[in-house]
Design a protein around this ligand. Structure first.
Ligand code: NAD
Length: 310
């Protein structure tokens, strides 16, 4: 199978590319390297440094004619979306339309879309974990633009590619950028390894659903093999507080200092966990890596990195 991955030089997309390569698929990566890194693209993949909004994407699609497109390229930061909602929509809406229209034009059989559960349901109504029927109430432009991407995929899949929508929880693991404003595990791990006090927004009792990146990559592979047009959370269903993450990373890194505190950020939900039952039924997918194990692997990876600023 020939798979084209947009955003395949980024944190999650590069693990997805690794998973397809390991499964014996032919892999093509498109990324403008605005956040991703060339060295994260697997050696076995063909790489195009191309912006998903540009006409150059048409040439790539025409030349490669992939069977499956995994769409991961995005402006992926909630806080950047709050500060620059137009930029967010240019990449996540206009860029996504360009990708999907070309998929329909060039006969792509299936699209696997990286969406978000953490940012589209808003503050949960009723009990946790939240399933896919929960009302959509994004608190930030990022959640709006990602949901609009889902709606465009539904539109372009009529008579076009079948559609798999994966709504990720908070993904963590090796290669997550600790210099961004999202990705609490990466940010805390790097700060602690450098002996700096991490910043906790609010009192740290806010909760998230942390899913390990290799589990997410496996969900992508399974979704590409299915024919069903379906939407599912990719999550653990477990709530973990930021304070718990802080404590566990402190133990793993040997950092024992207290955090700095800063005000809660606009656009962040207080509590969230996503129900993975539909992914289990549809894809026979359940997360395999426990939080303890995932954090251990992540700290191990950050420890091996050259921490000098780039
Ligand atoms: P990331 O920033 O590491 O990856 C995004 C990649 O897209 C980067 O390599 C970047 O260079 C590339 N990109 C950005 N704009 C582009 C453009 N205009 N043209 C071509 N390439 C472009 O972020 P990530 O965390 O790996 O996120 C990957 C996907 O998963 C995104 O769609 C994001 O919305 C989604 N997601 C992430 C999480 C999470 O917890 N990290 C949660 C839910 C959903």
């Amino acid at each position: 199978m020939k798979v084209l991955i947009t955003g395949g030089a980024g944190f999650i997309g590069s693990h997805v590319a690794d998973a397809y390569v390991a499964a014996g698929d032919e892999v093509i990566v498109v990324d403008n390297l605005s956040a991703g890194r060339r060295e994260y693209v697997p050696a076995a993949a063909r790489f195009y440094e191309v912006d998903i909004r540009s006409d150059a994407l048409r040439e790539v699609m025409d030349r490669e004619r992939p069977d499956v497109v995994g769409h991961h390229a995005a402006q992926a930061s909630v806080s950047v979306s709050v500060q620059h909602p137009q930029l967010d929509a240019e990449v996540n809406v206009v860029g996504t339309i360009n990708v999907l229209a070309l998929c329909a034009e060039f006969g792509v059989r299936r699209v696997v879309l990286a969406s978000t559960g953490g940012a589209i349901y808003g503050e949960p109504q009723g009990t946790l974990p939240v399933d896919e029927t929960h009302p959509i109430h994004p608190l930030a432009p990022y959640g709006i633009s990602k949901y609009v991407g889902e709606l465009y995929l539904r539109y372009f899949s009529a008579g076009g590619p079948s559609a798999a929508v994966l709504r990720y929880a908070n993904v963590y693991g090796p290669r997550q950028d600790p210099r961004g404003e999202a990705g609490v595990v990466a940010i805390f791990a790097q700060a602690m390894l450098e002996g700096r006090a991490p910043v906790v927004f609010g009192d740290g009792t806010q909760t998230r659903d942390f899913v390990y990146v290799e589990d997410v990559a496996r969900a992508n592979l399974l979704a590409s093999r299915s024919e069903a047009s379906e939407t599912a959370n990719i999550a653990t269903g477990i709530e973990t507080s930021v304070n718990d993450i802080y404590r566990e990373l402190g133990r793993l890194t040997g950092y024992s200092g207290p955090p700095q505190h800063a005000p809660v950020r606009k656009g962040d939900v207080y509590r969230i966990a996503l129900d993975p039952a539909r992914a289990r039924k549809w894809l026979d997918w359940t997360p395999q890596i426990s939080l303890d194990e995932g954090l251990r692997r992540t700290v191990g990876w950050f420890t091996r990195q050259d921490m000098s600023p780039v």
